[in-house]
Design a protein around this ligand. Structure first.
Ligand code: 6PG
Length: 249
């Protein structure tokens, strides 16, 4: 096992999300205590419905100085902000509209450009400026994982995985196997700037993918979570018992 990796298993999904939200709040607080500010990257999926509401409500909501938090997205479905598939829209509904963050602290992927490559270029510029202002590191990157092993919008064996230019922080993903097919993702290089990468995964349908992700060997192109190895940070896997069922160590 990677030494900079920690695995925690919780009996039930409710407990998993509660402990994961508490852990993320601690990481944000510690970033603010130590450096005066925090930069966090959010994903969509079940984090939106299960984890973000816990950050947006007492007691965690009151434990964070939200005026010091900047928020980017680990990935986005390339649909307009008012589309029900849009991660930013969903995240506002369960999280961002319920905490005191100003519009200039939140950096949605600009899906209003006709050319997604232009959006990727602009998002990369925004992220570069944020990283510069935050000592080169995302403080917390929150990630999920699909039953197929994808994370953010990095899908197993997708041709884009081998075509990401060195140093690119964002990438356009077309033909994603999970709808909608057009997406924009942070790259492994961007996610690997994180001090803490937190994978939160629940459910028996993820058990095989979790076991493959945590096995000692495996092909990173088939298991994109293997591409996530922070340069100066730790990967935390937070699992419920069902998702951890096939992990052997
Ligand atoms: C997306 C997500 C995606 C998600 C995983 C896990 O927009 O599709 O950002 O990467 O995190 O698909 O989603 P679940 O937790 O809902 O399975």
């Amino acid at each position: 096992m990677n030494e900079q990796q920690s695995i925690r298993v919780f009996e039930h999904a409710d407990e998993l999300y509660r402990m994961a939200a508490t852990f993320v709040a601690e990481q944000i607080r510690s970033a603010i205590d130590n450096r005066g500010q925090a930069l966090i990257a959010l994903s969509g999926g079940s984090l939106t419905s299960r984890l973000y509401p816990l950050l947006a409500n007492a007691p965690l909501r009151e434990q964070i100085d939200w005026s010091r938090v900047s928020i980017v997205f680990a990935d986005e479905r390339y649909v307009p902000f008012d589309d029900s598939e849009n991660n930013y829209r969903a995240t506002r509904q369960t999280f961002l509209d319920h905490v005191p963050v100003q519009a200039d602290q939140v950096f949605p992927v600009p899906t209003y450009y006709r050319d997604p490559q232009q959006a990727a270029t602009i998002y990369q510029q925004q992220l570069t400026a944020l990283l510069t202002a935050h000592g080169g590191q995302i403080d917390v990157a929150l990630l999920g994982m699909g039953p197929d092993g994808h994370t953010a919008s990095l899908f197993p064996r997708h041709p884009v995985l081998t075509a990401i230019p060195a140093g690119a922080l964002t990438v356009v993903v077309a033909d994603a196997p999970k709808p909608p097919p057009l997406r924009l993702s942070l790259t492994p290089a961007a996610l690997n700037t994180a001090r803490a990468v937190v994978f939160v995964v629940s459910g028996a349908d993820k058990a095989a993918a979790v076991a493959a992700a945590l096995a000692d060997t495996g092909d990173a192109m088939a298991q994109p979570t293997r591409l996530i190895n922070p340069v100066a940070g730790t990967v935390y896997w937070m699992l419920d018992r069902a998702a951890a069922e096939r992990v052997t160590q």
